[in-house]
Design a protein around this ligand. Structure first.
Ligand SMILES: [Zn+2]
Length: 149
């Protein structure tokens, strides 16, 4: 199976419809479709997928990290460096869960992976991101604890 580059998938010719899609379509694919097909493995799969995306895109520093997350409309990030190896990222207007009703479970695995992938590029260390807050567990933002090692 052929692997495609960011350049290849970015070549969009849609003179009437443009580059944007309804967020509802994205969420149907992401929250309904992928979970239905992948089941319990959807979380780890989406995390790995997000991490790959973050690594491919990359970020030079924390300012660039915030710009990339916003540019991709993944959300509006707020970064707090707690310690050398510990970063907390709050994500407002999360692409996947902003506005979601309380369900008692968190599922922003792709976003978590994208954050980890980009932060690996910023800190030149391995990163493991864990989601700790979400609209779906009663907050009005998402939060990720990132350990660097
Ligand atoms: Zn979220």
């Amino acid at each position: 199976m052929k692997e495609y580059s960011i350049e290849e998938v970015s070549n969009i010719v849609r003179p009437q419809l443009g580059e944007d899609i309804p967020l509802t379509l994205y969420r149907i694919l992401r929250v309904i479709g992928m979970r239905k097909i992948l089941g319990e493995t959807s979380g780890p799969t989406l995390y790995m997928m997000g991490k790959q995306v973050g690594t491919m895109i990359g970020a030079k520093d924390l300012g660039d990290f915030e710009a990339k997350i916003k540019e991709l409309k993944v959300g509006i990030p707020e970064v707090q460096v707690v310690e050398d190896d510990h970063v907390v990222v709050k994500l407002y207007e999360c692409i996947t869960c902003a506005g979601f009703v309380y369900t008692g479970e968190m599922f922003c695995d792709m976003e978590s992976g994208i954050i980890a992938g980009l932060l690996e590029a910023v800190f030149k260390k391995k990163a493991k991101s864990t989601q700790t807050k979400s609209w779906s567990v009663g907050y009005n933002y998402c939060e990720f604890e990132v350990m660097l090692y």
